[in-house]
Design a protein around this ligand. Sequence first.
Ligand code: DX5
Ligand code: ZN
Length: 220
Amino acid sequence: MSGIQIAPSLLSADFAVMWEEIASMERAGADLLHCDVMDGVFVPNITFGIKMVADMHKRTALPLDCHLMIVEPWKYVQAFAEAGARYITVHFEACGERLAETLQKIRSLGVGAGAVINPDTPVSVLEPVLPFCDMVLLMSVFPGFGGQKYIGSVTEKIGQARRMIDRSGRKILLEVDGGITASNVSEVKAAGADVIVAGSAVFGAADRRVAIAALRGAGK
Ligand code: DX5
Ligand code: ZN
């Protein structure tokens, strides 16, 4: 996939009319749908699970980018793969030394495997698992809620991750997630992001198509 991709986060959608929200994202030009799965344990919030992803997959051709903010994610990756996930990203902070095996399991299911780190986790923890990654996701807010402010110190981490991925010579998408708006997206893209996750900046916009175009078009 060439050029920047925009992955609206469904966390900011109206869950009571999720199908309409997904159709709205199709019309607005989203490239992927970012599905924030939360268990109330790894993060202090609960969203949706496997059946929601399966039902969404039945209704849209947009790739589902499933961000698992759950404990023991290795137990659930097969179910999310069978539900139709295109990418499954799992947290270093949830997997620890099981990260490599979890990424390999995701890949063995024919799904793009991604490793996620929180704003206070160093990029260096990802180096050993790059061989098993199709995506790296850097959190630019602490996970759990939409509408938070972008943490500026993450911009440096984006550059570090970009250089690390480029040195590896591997085809790995660098995704950034949290607090991204039209006013800071140029900084995020210039630092090396390939995929931009945005929830409130898209779902809270008067015109969602304009909002996605502004995120895609700004800077870099
Ligand atoms: C937070 C989620 C993010 C969030 C992004 O835990 O992983 O995807 O929904 O929403 P905004 O763009 O509003 O920060
Ligand atoms: Zn997310």
